[in-house]
Ligand binder design. Sequence first.
Ligand SMILES: *Cc1c(COP(=O)(O)O)cnc(C)c1O
Length: 436
Amino acid sequence: MTEIANPIKEIPIVNDLKEKREVLWINPDYQKKAQFPLGQADIFDAEARFERFAPYFMTAFPETITNKGILESPLTSINKMKKAITNYDDYDLTGNLYLKEDNQLPISGSIKSRGGIYEVLKIAETIAINSGKLAYLDSYDILYNSEFKELFSHYGISVGSTGNLGLSIGIVAAKLGFKVTVHMSQEAKSWKKQLLREKGVEVIEYSGSFTTAIDAGRQKAALDPKMYFIDDEGSYDLFLGYATAAIRLQKQLKDQKIVINQDHPLFVYLPAGVGGSPSGVTFGLKLLFGSNVHTIFAEPTHIPSVLLGMATGLNEKISVYDLGLDGKTEADGLAVGRPSRIAGKMMKTLLLGISTFNDNRILAYTTQLKDTEGIKVEPSATAGFAALHQSQSYLNQHYPMKNATHIVWATGGMLVPDTEYEEVYQRGKAVIQNGS
Ligand SMILES: *Cc1c(COP(=O)(O)O)cnc(C)c1O
């Protein structure tokens, strides 16, 4: 462990993080003017690419036919859950509460289907176009033909993952015909590794943290010119894939007659691991809704990597292990000690704040969500409910909440095996009964 530099020690919140206290950090640079390396055209480009691939998804993944090959998840009103959690955490929530159910997102049942799959599509499209075998105006279902599988089989795609990114990339890249390697951390759930191996993906396990796995993956890929490395710590393509969620959400809000404007603000609560997925979603939402939308991230008290990076301004140059934290959490999807190289930079003026939570909460929320709404998610996916609870007293003081819309982003869960889920559910039951 490295000695913490003195100027950092003096930032009050760093001590709270060291002591694993639940905190709400409000970003001092929020809504200041800034310039960005990406813009609306980049997000529309990503959306258009997803649309070009829709015929491929309908052919290769028939479960996507019902939504015409577009990978999207429902936005669901959750009034029973609202009652249960405000009672459990003992606070008042003004406004309407919705759940963005990325736990139902096709293919990986997690938010990673947006970013991870998007980057795979971009790689596949680039190779196919350059080969002369594909034109942009073709119906992309031809990519399911053996001619393209043969073409892609000469290339590798690799990624470092806590689990869900590996699943989304692994499933789609293997189906296209790529050789896929997923570098995984110790914390990764064994069922996720097993499922990947069943899909023909090579899984390499590392005894260290996620950071070890991703570093090793990056180094290995650098030696092989035909190996693409999807870099969870710094890829703008991943980021743009996540950002398309905003365009889809705008339409869902309109269809459900949910008004967002100055008097009807939108608050979105997102779990953060490396910070890529919540930052991408935030970036897209800020472009579309400006100062009428506000997002808050949620991280475990044992591994608050994005918060540590942003509060110190050191971003990816500091890890929670530098504070002496153990990085242990039930939220395997958030078990990342060092944030992405782009999340903190992109979020410097766009993110309202970050809250931290004790693991017991997400176990309780996982069980409550099942009991009240019949919705199955993994513990990482409920972290937004912790941020919701932590932030209301601040929001009530600073924003017009009367007509607020709150969206908790449920980030994963569909693929969790029943026996695994049952165990988590029972642990959540115990937490609720013991009143902690
Ligand atoms: C990966 C993941 C997140 C966080 O995404 P990052 O890009 O790592 O910040 C949240 N929830 C689940 C279920 C995940 O798999």
